[in-house]
Design a protein around this ligand. Structure first.
Ligand code: ADP
Length: 480
């Protein structure tokens, strides 16, 4: 349960407890007041004759001390009730009693006449035994006192509720709302919006200190990431020169660079004065140097895309930041033409494959043409390298109002479900043993994903083992 909900539940429980306590106080107070009326009546009922006499005197003009609020009546043997003395405040009062009814302990009754609605009544046998005195006290003062108590408690409750509400609002504003905002910002940062920071929070509160500490943590993590990215970029860059030299020497002695699709078609030249073993070693050095070159290039591309992705934030990358230099070089690009070009290249590189294209153009999007082409080539080359010869490759281009969907599908062996969540990770391979035989680097899909992310899009895969794989790159059509 969230802290906010707990607080609400706590306050609601407190309100219920207060309401119940208030009700209990009202009931107890009323019972106490009624008890006092009853005690008064019981005291009077102990000497009914004297009361009747005093009342009769009061009626004839002599004031009867202590009887001003009491109703005194006489009920004869015929059961008729005759008023002897009515309370000063309610001269018309007549309690409702059945003919000849006896009420030995004080009890509540309604009234037949008068302003008061209810009375406490007691009857007392007169010494002659043929009649009885009826004594009654209106409960109006009790009702009034109870009403006033209810009103006071209601008012206090209202004030307490207001103070509690204010307290809740205060706690929410100082503690809970900033935490919710921090959580939202932290989620956004985790989702890739690396420029986002959490709001500073109300000054002088724990939340403000937490926000400052969190932002410092994110800053330091971003700085570490940046240092790592720069290191990888620099290292890759530095490695290119010796690799180029290595490939140059290999090419000099074998006639092959070890890379490129047309390389295999070039006649191999055995190095002069070298045995077949040396020639073979040189060829393998060439092939591995080429693979290392692809790895280094892939790492460099990823480092640059990471930078572009960080700059692009949630996908609003600045145009013209220098392409390979870091940011994306966005321009209006007809994606249909890109798909057609990649398909045409694929038909040349892999003539044994039936390559189909679905989706008519033009579909113009504001993207980096080179990067999108690179991502598509990566996907088609995977579809060729990870399926058996002759397996068809299908390219498709779809779109809705805001996004374009680039799809590359094949009917190859597919990807086991346990690998699906990881295939876009760097250096993740389904079959590690086959890495060198397919010439893969393990960076191809990571690059595809980085391209999509740098554009504010996504890369996903659907696959069932034995039923092929479908890779989808979703790209926003443009910042607008
Ligand atoms: P690699 O350079 O090894 O191809 P990728 O990042 O391009 O690295 O791909 C990661 C892994 O995903 C590959 O090693 C391969 O096992 C699997 N994979 C990629 N594309 C396909 C595909 N079309 N069909 C089957 N498996 C694939």
């Amino acid at each position: 349960m969230t802290l906010r909900r707990r607080l609400l539940v706590g306050v609601a429980a407190l309100a219920v407890v207060l309401a119940v306590a208030g009700a209990a106080v009202v009931v107890a107070q009323r019972a106490y007041l009624v008890e006092r009326l009853d005690a008064q009546l019981a005291a009077l009922a102990r000497n009914p004759r004297a009361i009747l006499l005093a009342s009769a005197r009061a009626e004839s003009g002599t004031p009867a001390a202590g009887l001003s609020d009491v109703y005194v009546g006489r009920m004869g043997a015929d059961g008729r009730l005759v008023t002897v003395l009515a309370p000063a405040g309610d001269p018309a009062l007549v309690p409702s009693l059945a003919a000849g009814e006896r009420v030995l302990t004080p009890a509540g009754r309604s009234t037949l006449a008068g302003e008061s609605r209810r009375v406490r009544v007691v009857t007392a046998e007169l010494p002659n035994g043929r009649a009885q005195a009826v004594l009654a006290l209106p409960t109006t003062p009790v009702d009034l006192a109870t009403r006033r108590l209810v009103l006071t408690l209601g008012l206090v409750g209202f004030v307490v509720a207001g103070v509690l509400g204010l307290l809740l609002w205060w706690v929410d504003r100082l503690g809970l709302r900033p935490v919710a905002q921090m959580t939202e910002a932290a989620d956004a940062i985790r989702a890739g919006d690396t420029t986002r920071r959490v709001p500073p929070g109300p000054p002088g509160t724990e939340v403000a200190r937490l926000a400052a500490a969190f932002n410092a943590l994110v800053d330091s993590s971003a700085a570490t990431n940046e240092r790592m990215r720069r290191f990888v970029a620099d290292a890759s860059h530095e490695l290119r020169t010796p690799l180029t030299t290595l490939q140059g020497y290999v090419a000099l002695h074998t006639g092959r660079t070890g890379s490129g699709p047309d390389d295999a078609r070039r006649p191999a030249v055995d190095p002069p004065h070298a045995g077949p073993e040396v020639a073979d070693a040189l060829r393998r050095i060439g092939a591995e140097a080429a693979r290392m070159r692809r790895l280094v290039d892939g790492l460099l591309d990823l480092a640059r895309l990471d930078e572009a992705g960080a700059g692009a934030g949630a996908g609003v990358g600045g145009a013209g930041a220098g392409g390979k230099g870091g940011g994306l070089r966005r321009e209006p690009v007809d994606l249909a033409a890109v798909v057609r070009d990649v398909a045409a290249d694929l038909r040349v590189v892999a003539p044994d494959r039936a390559v189909s294209v679905e989706g008519e153009g033009p579909l113009v999007a504001l993207v980096d043409r080179d990067l999108v082409t690179q991502a598509l080539v990566g996907l088609t080359s995977n579809a060729v390298r990870h399926t058996s010869p002759g397996t068809p490759v299908r390219l498709a281009l779809r779109h809705d109002a805001t996004h374009a969907l680039l799809e590359v599908a094949d009917d190859g062996p597919g990807i086991p479900p346990e690998h699906l969540p990881h295939v876009f990770e760097r250096f993740h391979r389904v079959d590690r043993g086959r890495a060198s035989s397919t010439g893969g680097t393990g960076l191809g899909l990571a690059l595809v994903e980085a391209v999509a992310r740098a554009h504010g899009g996504t890369a996903t895969v659907r696959s069932e083992p034995g039923r092929g794989a479908t890779f989808t790159v979703l790209l926003p059509l443009g910042p607008h």
